[in-house]
Design a protein. Structure first.
Length: 451
């Protein structure tokens, strides 16, 4: 068995590799040349003067490497150039495609622009046509308004002329009565030299005489009408009492013991044109008392009284006369923007209104408003659903009351301070409503009946 020691390796190195001095000088600056001979023997060749030195070899190898590197760089550049050329060709194709799309889009835009221009021209022409049509309609409406105003003015002038004639005839009657009174006073003075007269009795006598003459005049007119109709042999069961003028009221009175009670009869009032060609039913006028309203002026009032055994028809002696001075009063109120009337609400929505507090009715150019103090009870602009007319029935106070429906399902019965105020309010409201192209009337007043 062999024993190994620690310094065995060092001994082997020292034996195998002899030491070399550090100051050895080599005979040559290049490696020796060897070649492999027969039997794989290494044979040292002799130095060939053509063999390059190591520096030259390194330089040559460096040059070869640089040349190879340059060849590789040119190849890479060529490859990159080819790739860039391909990308440029592709980009060029995309640009051409985009140019085609832009050309198509430009054509579409040009076409759309032409269509928009055509549409603008069409709209411009339509606007001009509409403007022309509006101007024509406006001119036509103005012409109609002017014609209507001229017609209203003619009617007003006729009414004023009628008022003047009525006042003139009334003045003549009054002058005759005054002459009679003066004659009676003169006779009385002859019998009473002391000149003690009671002025109150004279005035009372004058009023009673005037009323009596008025009744006689109306009675004579009615008899004359009945004579013209040839009905003298027919017994008269009823007659109409009252002045046939705006501001009064007419009442059916029995004039025979054989006449049935008026309360048990069916009653219906009508307004008939002065020539008798048109007959219009007055809706709601079914009482024995009827107060003429402004619509009745210039028309004849007729009433049918139907009982179980009788059918009687009564008519006024002539058309209803206008109230003296009412037209001038209304013309003065038209100049105001708003006119106030003191009223009392007697009915609301068909039911009796218990309170009798004073309300104010405002009749304006655009609307009607009912107020109690600062509280507005009702306010409505003129419309086709609004109704306004005199109360059709209601006893002696009917001449001072009117019916007002601001809108559907909402109505009032208003009592005024006088007949003149009531008729002025109706005429003023209808005048303003007509200016708003609204026909303001009572229920079913637009439905004339054939005779």
């Amino acid at each position: 068995m062999t024993r190994l020691t620690r310094d065995f390796g060092d001994t082997m190195q020292r034996d195998a590799v002899p030491a070399v001095s550090s100051d050895v000088v080599f005979a040559s600056s290049r490696f020796p040349n060897y070649r492999i001979g027969a039997n794989n023997q290494i044979i040292e060749t002799k130095d060939d003067p053509k063999v390059l030195s190591m520096k030259e070899v390194v330089a040559r190898e460096t040059a070869q490497l640089l040349e190879q590197h340059n060849r590789l760089s040119v190849r890479d550049l060529a490859s990159k150039f080819e790739k860039g050329l391909a990308a440029a060709a592709k980009l060029s194709e995309e640009v051409e495609a985009l140019a085609v799309q832009l050309t198509q889009r430009e054509g579409e835009l040009i076409q759309e622009k032409a269509e928009v221009k055509k549409l603008a021209n069409f709209l411009k022409q339509a606007s001009e046509d509409a403007k022309k049509l509006v101007d024509e309609e406006r001119a036509f409406a103005r012409a109609e308004i002017e014609d209507a105003r001229a017609a209203v003015q003619r009617v007003e002038e006729a009414l004023q002329e009628h008022e003047r004639m009525s006042q003139a005839s009334g003045k003549q009657d009054l002058e005759q009565l005054m002459r009679e009174v003066q004659e009676a006073r003169r006779i009385k003075m002859l019998h009473q030299p002391s000149k003690v007269m009671d002025m109150e009795h004279e005035l009372r006598a004058l009023r009673s005489q005037l009323a009596e003459k008025t009744r006689q005049y109306l009675r004579l007119q009615k008899e004359l009408t009945r004579t013209k109709k040839g009905g003298e042999n027919v017994p008269h069961l009823y007659e109409l009492e009252g002045n046939e003028t705006l501001g009064s009221y007419l009442q059916i009175q029995p004039c025979s013991d054989n006449a049935p009670e008026v309360s048990k009869c069916s009653i219906q009032w009508y307004r008939v044109s002065s020539d008798g060609a048109k007959k219009e039913l007055i809706s709601g006028a079914t009482k024995s008392v009827y107060a003429p309203e402004p619509f009745d002026v210039g028309r004849i009032l007729q009433v049918d009284i139907i009982s179980e055994s009788e059918h009687v028809t009564l008519s006024t002696a002539g058309p209803i006369d206008p109230a003296a001075g009412l037209g001038t009063y209304v013309e003065a109120l038209v100049r105001k923007h708003d006119t106030e009337f003191n009223v009392v609400v007697t009915q609301m929505n068909g039911s009796h209104h218990p309170t009798e507090s004073i309300h104010v009715l405002h009749v304006g150019k655009m609307r009607i408003k009912l107020c109690k103090g600062k509280t507005t009870i009702a306010k409505e602009y003129y419309s086709s659903s609004m109704q306004l007319c005199g109360v059709r029935g209601g006893g002696n106070a009917a001449a001072q009351a009117l019916f007002w429906q601001p809108k559907q399902g909402h109505s009032f019965v208003l009592a005024f301070e006088s007949e003149r105020e009531r008729n002025a309010a109706i005429m003023l409201a209808r005048r303003f409503a007509f200016d708003c192209n609204i026909m303001l009337a009572g229920p079913d007043d637009r439905a004339p009946l054939g005779t």
